[in-house]
Design a protein around this ligand. Structure first.
Ligand SMILES: Nc1nc2c(c(=O)[nH]1)N[C@H]1C(S)=C(S)[C@@H](COP(=O)(O)OP(=O)(O)OC[C@H]3O[C@@H](n4cnc5c(=O)[nH]c(N)nc54)[C@H](O)[C@@H]3O)O[C@H]1N2
Ligand SMILES: Nc1nc2c(c(=O)[nH]1)N[C@H]1C(S)=C(S)[C@@H](COP(=O)(O)OP(=O)(O)OC[C@H]3O[C@@H](n4cnc5c(=O)[nH]c(N)nc54)[C@H](O)[C@@H]3O)O[C@H]1N2
Ligand code: SF4
Ligand SMILES: [Mo]
Length: 806
C-alpha cells in the first residue's frame, strides 16, 4: 500500500500552497475566460480562504473541489492538484463539470427560498410563490400526518434519487423511520438487471469482477458496452485505471458496442460494432464455434459449472435438452442452431468476423471479459448480462490472473459509516422503477405481477413523496408524458415535497419546495475509489446564502413537528455526526488519520492491490463454494425458475413458445429492438450516458450545453435516404412523443440505430402531451415504463423510433 498523503500534507503545512495555487488558479482563469465570464478580476485578488469539498453527484469520481473564497463567495473552483503528482500517484481531480460548480452554486436559477405551488395551477406547470420556512414545514408536516392517518405509512415514499452522496445524505429516511416508516424500494436505475442476474449465476457473495488493473496481465480484452472515458471521469476513478491499464497491457482490446465511444480514441482498441440488445446472440454464436471446434474448456465447465451440458444439468432437468449447449447447438428450446450465420443478421456482425473472433478467443490466453451497464439497461438486460458472463466460463477464463468473470470491473474504497437510518416498520418493497405504477394503481401490484417484495400485494397507492436530490419523477424516469399525467393528478399522489438546488423538471411537481445547500456548503465526508480508494473531508466554503438550509436541518424541523426531534438528532449537529461516524470507521481501519488531519489534507488516498475475481473459488471450488444453490457457477438456474413460478408474463418477456422466463443466458429479441422495428418506427433508439452532464445534473448550465450539444447520432446510411445532413435539426419520434435535437451524421454508430445521450432537460408544453415536441431532447420522452421481466428494472436503452428533419 502506498501512502501518498505525507508529501501533500507537508506541502500544505509549509505554506507553499499559496504560491502553487496561484499557478493552478491561473489555469482555471484561462479556462473560465474561454467562456467570457469576466471572472478574471475576482481571481486576481488574493483569496481569503481555501476550503476542501467534494462533488456529490452520482458519478463514481466524487472528486475533490478546492474552493477559493473571497468575501464569503466562491471566487473560483480548483481541485486536487499538486506539483508532486505523477502518473503513478494520481489525484482526485474534478472534470469540467465539477470545475463549473461556481456557475451552478451562483446561478440565478438556484432555489433560494421555500416556495409553494401557486393555488389553481397544476403540478408540472412550474408556478411557485415564496413562503416562510414556518409555513413550508407546517404544510409538509400536516400533510404527512394526514396521509399517514388516512392511508398508513405504506403510502409514504422517498423516490430513487442520486443527486447527493455523502455519509450523512439520507436524513429524510431517518426521520420517516421515527414516525412509522415508508414504502421501501429495491433495485437501482443503474444496475437493476445485472444486479438481479449475477447472484443467480455467481451467488450473492464474492461475485464481483477483477479490477481493471488486472487487465495488465491479459492478452485479450473484450469490453462489452462500457466507456470509462465518458462514464468514469475524474482524476482518480476508472478512467484513470483504464488509461493506466492500456499503457501497461500488451493485450489487444475489443470494444463491443453499437457506438464507437470516446474510450476508443487515440488508443489501440478496436471497435467491434454490434446491434444493441444482441450481445447474447453474439455469445451464443461464439459458443457455437468454440463447441464445434472443440475449443471450450470442458474441464473447467465440468468442474466449476452447472447447466453447460447434459452431464452438468441439475438432476430434475436431465434428459430434457435444456442445457446451454442444447440451446446453442439447436437441440433444445427454439431448436435453432446458433451458427455465426444465424447471429450475423441479428448482431450486424458478419459471420466470418464472428468466426475469426472465436478463433482469437480460443487461441489467446489470458482473456479478460468485462461489461459496462449499458448492455443490461435493456428489455432483455438480465439475459444479455448473463450471456456476457457466460463467455469467460466457456473458455475457463475465470479466477486466473489476467481474467475477469465478465461482470463490471471491481472498485475499491475505504469504508465509512453512514448516518443510521434506523429501522423501517414498513416491510413492503417495490422495484424503484415502478413507483409511477404504485401511484397510479398501487393496490393492483402484487408479488407475481410487479415484483412486490415482503408482501403479497400493496395495501395502498403512494400518496406522499419526499423527493430529495432527484430528477427521477419525470426527466430521469421513463415516458415523461405518461409520468406527467400520473403526477399531475392530485387525487393519486396527494402531496410532493421537493428539495433541490434548482427547479429541474421533477421539482415542478412539488407542492412545497425547499432550498438546499450543496455538500461543499456543508461539512461533508465521502469515500470512493477504483484501483485507488480515497476519502474527501470538506468544510463549508461559504455561509448559507438567502434562506437555504441543509437537508439535515430540514429533516430535524420536520421531526420537531412530530415531537421526535431529539430522537432524530440525538443532540448532535450534522458536523458532530460526521465526526462521530468517522471516528467509528477509524476504529475498524487503524490506518485512517485523525479527523483534524483529514480536514486539513482534504483528500486522503490509498492504493489497493489488483483484484482477481473468484480466485479462491478457482483454486479450491469445494472449500470456497459459491453461494448459489449448487455452490458452482450456474449457467442454468433452477432457482430462477422456482423464484418466478406463477409470474404473469407479457408478450416478448421470454422466448417464443416458452411459458417461463428462460433459466439460462439465451438471446431474447427485444420488445422494441433490431428484430421488432415497425414500418412507422424503423430505427432502433439506444441511449448512453453523456460527458456533458451527469444525468440531468449540469443540464441547464449554458456553457456546458454549448460544448456538449444534444445530438442524435445517425449513420450516413440512415441519414441520406431521409435527406438529413450533419447539424440539421431533427425530430426523433415514437408512440410516446417527439424530441428535437441536432443530427450527428456519423459512421460512429451502427446502421439502423440512432444513439441519443440521456439526461437532457425536458423542454416541452405540459398541456400538449405526447403530441407536443420536447425541444430539450430528453430521451425519456420516448422511453417506456414497462419494466424488464425479471428484475422489473428500467429498460431505458430499448426503444424504436423514426427520425425526420424538423
Ligand atoms: N459523464 C457521465 N458519467 C456518468 C454518468 C453520466 O450521466 N454522465 N452517469 C453515472 C451513472 S449513475 C451510471 S449508472 C453510470 C452508467 O454507466 P453505463 O451504464 O456503463 O453507461 P451507458 O452509457 O448507459 O452504457 C455504456 C455503453 O454501453 C453501450 N450500449 C448500450 N446498449 C448496449 C448493448 O446492448 N450492447 C453493448 N455491447 N453496448 C451497449 C452504450 O452505447 C454506452 O456507450 O455512469 C456514471 N457516470
Ligand atoms: N433514458 C435513460 N434514463 C436514465 C438512465 C439512462 O441510462 N437512460 N440512467 C438512469 C440512471 S443510471 C440513474 S442513476 C438515474 C439518475 O437520475 P437522478 O437521480 O434523477 O439524477 P440527476 O438527473 O443527476 O438528478 C439529480 C438531482 O439532484 C440535484 N442536486 C445536486 N446537488 C444537490 C444538492 O446538493 N442538494 C439537493 N437537494 N439536490 C442536489 C440536481 O439538481 C438534480 O436535480 O437516471 C436514470 N435515467
Ligand atoms: S462529475 Fe464526476 S468526474 Fe466530474 S467532478 Fe463530479 S465526481 Fe468528478
Ligand atoms: Mo446510475
Amino acid at each position: 500500500m502506498i501512502d501518498t498523503n505525507v508529501s501533500r500534507r507537508t506541502f500544505l503545512k509549509t505554506g507553499g500552497a499559496l504560491g502553487a495555487l496561484a499557478v493552478a488558479g491561473g489555469g482555471a482563469v484561462a479556462a473560465d475566460s474561454l467562456f467570457g465570464s469576466g471572472v478574471a478580476d475576482a481571481v486576481a485578488a488574493p483569496e481569503e480562504k481555501v476550503t476542501w469539498g467534494h462533488c456529490a453527484i452520482n458519478c463514481p469520481g466524487r472528486c475533490a473541489l478546492k474552493m477559493h473564497v473571497k468575501d464569503d463567495e466562491i471566487a473560483w473552483v480548483d481541485t486536487h492538484t499538486s506539483p508532486d503528482a505523477t502518473f503513478d500517484t494520481p489525484q482526485a481531480r474534478a472534470c469540467l463539470r465539477g470545475r463549473t460548480y461556481r456557475r451552478w452554486a451562483n446561478s440565478p436559477d438556484r432555489i433560494s427560498y421555500p416556495m409553494k405551488r401557486v393555488e389553481g395551477t397544476k403540478r408540472g406547470e412550474g408556478k411557485y410563490e415564496r413562503i416562510s420556512w414556518d409555513e413550508a414545514i407546517d404544510l409538509a408536516a400536516s400533510k404527512l400526518k394526514e396521509v399517514i392517518e388516512k392511508h398508513g405509512n405504506e403510502a409514504v415514499y422517498v423516490p430513487y434519487a442520486t443527486g447527493v452522496s455523502a455519509t450523512t445524505s439520507r436524513p429524510f429516511n431517518r426521520f420517516l423511520n421515527l414516525v412509522g416508516g415508508y414504502l421501501n424500494f429495491y433495485n437501482s436505475y443503474s444496475t437493476a438487471q445485472i444486479s438481479c442476474i449475477t447472484p443467480y449465476m455467481y451467488g450473492s457473495k464474492n461475485n464481483g469482477g477483477s479490477s481493471l488493473s488486472s487487465g495488465e496481465d491479459a492478452k485479450l480484452i473484450l469490453c462489452f458496452g462500457s466507456s470509462p472515458t465518458e462514464t468514469r471521469q475524474g482524476g482518480l476513478t476508472t478512467h484513470y485505471d483504464w488509461v493506466h491499464m492500456r499503457e501497461r497491457t500488451g493485450a489487444k482490446i475489443y470494444m463491443i458496442e453499437p457506438r464507437f465511444n470516446d474510450s476508443n480514441f487515440g488508443h489501440s482498441e478496436e471497435w467491434l460494432p454490434i446491434n444493441p440488445g444482441t450481445d447474447a446472440a453474439l455469445v451464443a454464436a461464439l459458443g457455437h464455434e468454440l463447441i464445434k471446434n472443440g475449443q471450450t474448456d470442458e474441464e473447467f465447465l465440468h468442474t466449476y459449472c452447472v447447466g453447460y451440458d447434459e452431464e452438468t444439468m441439475p438432476e430434475a432437468y436431465q434428459g430434457k435438452n435444456m442445457s446451454y449447449k442444447d440451446y446453442i447447438m439447436g437441440t433444445g428450446y427454439d431448436k435453432v442452431e446458433k451458427t455465426p450465420e444465424w447471429a450475423a443478421p441479428i448482431t450486424g456482425i458478419p459471420a466470418e468476423r464472428i468466426r475469426a473472433l472465436a478463433d482469437e478467443i480460443a487461441t489467446t490466453k489470458p482473456v479478460y471479459v468485462v461489461q459496462g451497464w449499458g448492455p443490461q439497461r435493456r428489455s432483455n438486460g438480465e439475459w444479455t448480462a448473463w450471456a456476457i458472463m457466460a463467455l469467460p466460463c466457456l473458455i475457463g477464463q475465470v479466477g486466473l490472473p489476467g481474467t475477469s468473470n465478465g461482470t463490471r470491473e471491481a472498485r475499491n474504497s475505504p469504508s465509512l459509516s453512514s448516518l443510521p437510518a434506523g429501522t423501517n416498520p414498513v416491510k413492503a418493497s417495490i422495484p424503484c422503477f415502478l413507483f409511477t405504477d404504485a401511484i397510479d394503481h398501487g393496490p393492483e401490484m402484487t408479488a407475481k405481477n410487479a415484483g412486490v417484495k415482503n408482501a403479497d400485494a400493496l395495501k395502498t397507492g403512494i400518496k406522499y413523496m419526499i423527493n430529495y436530490a432527484g430528477n427521477c419523477l419525470t426527466n430521469q424516469h421513463s415516458d415523461i408524458n405518461k409520468a406527467h399525467e400520473i403526477l399531475a393528478d392530485e387525487s393519486k399522489c396527494e402531496f410532493i415535497l421537493g428539495i433541490d438546488t434548482v427547479m429541474c423538471d421533477s421539482m415542478n411537481y412539488s407542492d412545497v419546495v425547499l432550498p438546499d445547500l450543496f455538500r461543499f456548503e456543508n461539512d461533508s465526508q465521502i469515500a470512493t475509489g477504483s484501483d485507488w480508494g480515497y476519502i474527501i473531508t470538506g468544510t463549508p466554503a461559504t455561509s448559507p446564502k438567502f434562506e437555504r438550509k441543509s437537508a439535515y436541518e430540514m429533516a430535524a424541523m420536520l421531526a420537531d413537528k412530530f415531537g421526535v426531534k431529539d430522537q432524530f438528532t440525538e443532540g448532535k449537529t450534522e458536523q458532530e455526526w460526521i465526526r462521530e461516524l468517522y471516528d467509528k470507521s477509524r476504529e475498524k481501519d487503524a490506518k485512517l488519520p485523525p479527523y483534524e488531519e483529514m480536514q486539513e489534507m482534504g483528500v486522503y488516498t490509498r492504493e489497493y492491490p489488483h483484484i482477481v475475481s473468484m480466485q479462491k473459488f478457482r483454486e479450491d471450488p469445494a472449500a470456497n463454494a459459491l453461494t448459489t444453490p449448487s455452490g458452482k457457477i450456474e449457467i442454468f438456474s433452477e432457482k430462477l425458475l422456482k423464484d418466478t413460478e406463477g409470474w404473469e408474463l407479457q408478450d416478448g418477456d421470454t422466448l417464443k413458445g416458452m411459458d417461463t422466463l428462460p433459466p439460462l443466458p439465451v438471446y431474447i429479441p427485444e420488445w422494441e429492438g433490431v428484430e421488432t422495428t415497425t414500418e412507422e418506427h424503423p430505427l432502433v433508439l439506444s441511449g448512453f450516458h453523456y460527458r456533458g452532464r451527469i444525468h440531468s445534473s449540469w443540464g441547464f448550465i449554458p456553457e456546458l450545453k454549448e460544448v456538449n450539444p444534444m445530438e442524435a447520432w445517425i449513420n450516413p446510411a440512415d441519414a441520406e435516404p431521409r435527406g438529413i445532413k450533419h447539424g440539421d435539426t431533427v425530430h426523433v419520434t415514437n408512440d410516446r412523443g417527439t424530441i428535437e435535437l441536432y443530427a450527428k451524421v456519423t459512421p460512429r454508430v451502427v446502421p439502423g440505430t440512432v444513439a441519443v445521450s440521456q439526461g437532457a432537460w425536458w423542454d416541452g408544453d405540459v398541456h400538449a402531451g405526447k403530441d407536443g415536441v420536447d425541444k430539450g431532447g430528453s430521451i425519456n420522452t420516448l422511453t417506456t415504463q414497462r419494466p424488464s421481466p425479471l428484475s422489473k428494472g428500467n429498460p431505458q436503452h430499448t426503444n424504436i423510433c423514426e427520425v425526420k428533419k424538423a
